[in-house]
Structure formats: C-alpha cells, structure tokens
Write a protein that binds this ligand. Structure first.
Ligand code: SF4
Length: 407
C-alpha cells in the first residue's frame, strides 16, 4: 500500500479525536526544514534564494525534536533545502521515530548513496525522493543532467535494502500527460510504495516564473493523466479526495495550519509555501495568525495554489466528516469527465505583499555571519536588496555547487 495501514489508523484516530474534542485547528503533518542549503538549484524552487549567512544555518537536533513535541502532529516531513546535507540527520530521524511519529525524509537523492548506511528501515520511516518526471523532464526541472539516473539507481538500492520509499513529483506547465503516465508506470515498476503528486507553487523567488500551472490548466492536466491511468495500478500517497480535488471535482479551501512549517526562522506564517512572517512558538503560530487573510480568494499569492501542503489536510478532514464520499472516491478514482466544480472567485482577494527583503534583513541583523553572506564573497555587510533584483539564479547555482563540493 502507498500508505502503511498503521499510519492510516493512527492519523484517522488522531483526526477523529480532534473532532470529538472540538479542536478547530490542528496539525496533521509537521513540515520540518532543518536547513535551506541545497546541492541543486532547481528552476521552480523558491526555497533557497538566501544569502550564505542564512543558508549556513541549521536547526539542531534538540530544536528539531522540540518542534516535533511542540507541534504534536502524527506525521513529520523533513524537507529543506536538501536534508541530507545536515550532518545530524540520523539522530533527528531516530528521535522522531522514537516519539512514535511517521517520518518522510525528502531528498533529491544525490547524497543518498553516500549516507544510506546511516539510516535503517523502519515501518514508520520512508524516503521521499524528488522526481519530476522521466529523465528528460526531471533533469530539465532540476537544471542538471544525470540527476535522474543517479536518483533511480539509489531508489533501486534503497528498495533492495528494505526501505519504504515514495516519489515526490511536482508538475509544471508543459507537462505531457502521456509522458507523465509512462513515468508513473516506470516508478511503479521500480517498486516504489507510492507517488506524492502536486502542481508546483508559483514561488515569487523561483528563477523560472514562466512554467507554473494556473488552476484551470492544472485541473485539465490532472484529468488527462488520471484518465490515462485507469487500470494501470498507480499508487498515490495522498487521500482519494485530494486526487479528486486535483481533477477539479472538489471546491476546497486550503488548510494552511494542517501542515505547519518550522525552519531556521521559526514557525512560518501562514504555510509551507508562503513565508509572510514567523512565530516564536507553535502556539503563537496557531493562535495569533490571522488565517482569514490567506487562501485562494483571500490573497493574490494564493490564487493558483493547489499544492498538497495546503489542500491534503482539507481532503483528509473532509474524508473523516464524509466517509462514504471518501470511500466512493477511493473506489471509482478521480472523476475525469463531467463539469468542473465551481471555482473560488478572486475578485475580493487582497493584493500581494512582499516581505522577503524585510525577513532577510531581520535574519541577517540577528546573524553572526554578516560578513559571509554576499554572492561573490564581498565583505561589506549585505543588504537585502542584494538578493532582490531578480530571483538569484546565478547565486543559487554557486551555492548549490558549494554544497555539493562540501558534502
Ligand atoms: S492557498 Fe493556502 S496553502 Fe496555498 S499558498 Fe495560500 S495559504 Fe498557503
């Protein structure tokens, strides 16, 4: 199964308990980003465009485990940056497993062969390997040749070692349904446990701003893919109602607190995708964030978002409230014909605000590394505007190259 039965039972029981206790907002998955540094510089990534003083920061083992305890979510996804660049990652994973949580360790797999011996298979542990399509699609998405082949080789090795492993596949405008379908056939043949599928989020700091899917195109693409997938036995790690949402059959609003994010800045507001501010504690994040300011229809930056980190929690909560609807979606699969569910109107959304420069300035002001942050090795104290003229593709690539050399 794409998701272990033990995990389904644990998460289902957790959700029902929250409902019975009348908890209005609760987390399902903690998104833990122990570092932003990466050894790739993907065109669609908006997570790593920071000066070195910030990229060099790490959450300690104690900080990571404190976040797990503070949040209380039954599942922890470790993301980044590239988590395998964090030297103490095995201790972090062991600590989370010891807390009876389910751990998904996201990786681009470039360091997996080197570090796989530091981890052990466990029913509550899964690798989550980034693969955005077949060889040509993926190497194009990550802006580097050979990454797909390295990832596939180590996927086979990890499965042979007995690890659970899923694929994290993000699709962009221009994806061809037939190729995506063949890619899903290929990864199923590799023996992966499941695929986590999502359209890319239009990160404002991503170098490539041309290939993000809008909602209309995304729904059409996913319908085409799911139509081709009928009877092919693909396994997805997301709930059937989320897949139905991707195919345009559910009018969901996002649940940003369902996957709260802890990174080197603190607890990120409002969600994994958008960094509009930071809270010092999880309690402060949940209680003091003005959630009504965010989401599709409320905020311009949310207009085209259909990402699992915002909507999977909505689908899971809907499944618990309407189990027959969820069972029906599971049995029939995502509906690929018929009318698209009504879209959320955008005419009252508030305009985008741009907080990146202030956050970088604040972080640099708190940092000891003021003199190490500039691209090109300048020694004057960096200004946030050094990173603002355009998403810094060149700086990102230099930074990724340095991470690869140092790993
Ligand atoms: S729609 Fe929701 S999940 Fe998506 S970016 Fe906006 S707040 Fe985050």
């Amino acid at each position: 199964m794409a998701v272990p039965i033990q995990q389904m039972i644990r998460v289902g029981a957790y959700v029902i308990k929250q409902h019975l206790m009348g908890v209005k907002r609760y987390p399902l998955v903690l998104m833990l980003e122990p570092l932003f540094r990466c050894n790739l510089a993907c065109a669609g990534c908006g997570k790593i465009d920071y000066p070195d003083a910030i990229l060099n920061k790490r959450l300690s083992v104690a900080e990571c485990l404190a976040a797990v305890d503070e949040c209380g979510a039954p599942v922890v996804a470790i993301a980044g940056g590239e988590p395998l660049l964090h030297k103490e990652l095995p201790q972090i994973v062991d600590g989370i497993i010891a807390r009876k949580k389910f751990v998904y360790l996201c990786t681009n797999a470039l360091l997996l062969d080197k570090r796989i011996g530091q981890f052990r298979p466990h029913p509550r542990f899964s690798w989550d390997v980034h693969l955005d399509g077949d060889r040509e699609m993926h190497d194009h998405a990550v802006c580097q040749d050979g990454v797909y082949d390295r990832a596939v080789a180590v996927i086979r090795k990890a499965k042979a070692c007995g690890f659970r492993l899923s694929i994290n596949c993000t699709l962009f405008d221009g994806a061809q349904p037939e190729r995506v379908a063949r890619f899903f056939d290929d990864v199923m043949a590799m023996g992966v446990d499941g695929v986590m599928l999502s359209p890319g989020y239009a990160y404002e700091r991503a170098p490539d701003q041309q290939h993000f899917l809008n909602r209309r195109k995304a729904k059409g693409l996913f319908r085409d893919i799911f139509r081709l997938g009928q009877g092919r036995g693909w396994r997805f790690t997301q709930s059937p109602l989320f897949m139905d949402f991707l195919a345009g059959n559910q009018s969901y609003r996002c649940t940003p607190w369902g996957k709260p994010t802890r990174n080197v800045f603190g607890w990120q507001r409002p969600c994994y995708l958008l960094g509009e501010g930071y809270a010092g504690t999880f309690k402060e994040l949940m209680e003091e964030t003005d959630w009504d300011r965010y989401g599709t229809g409320h905020y311009e930056k949310c207009a085209d978002c259909m990402v699992h980190s915002g909507y999977e929690a909505t689908a899971v909560m809907d499944s618990v409230r309407h189990p027959l609807k969820a069972i029906s979606a599971a049995v029939r699969g995502p509906r690929t014909e018929g009318p698209i569910a009504p879209e959320i109107p955008l005419d009252r959304q508030r305009p985008a605000e741009y907080a990146f420069s202030r956050q970088v300035e604040d972080a640099l002001a708190r940092s000891d590394g003021l003199r190490s942050g500039l691209p090109g090795g300048s020694v004057r104290p960096p200004r946030a505007t050094d990173y603002l003229s355009s998403p810094g593709a060149e700086h990102l690539q230099q930074s990724a190259n340095m991470a690869e050399r140092n790993s």
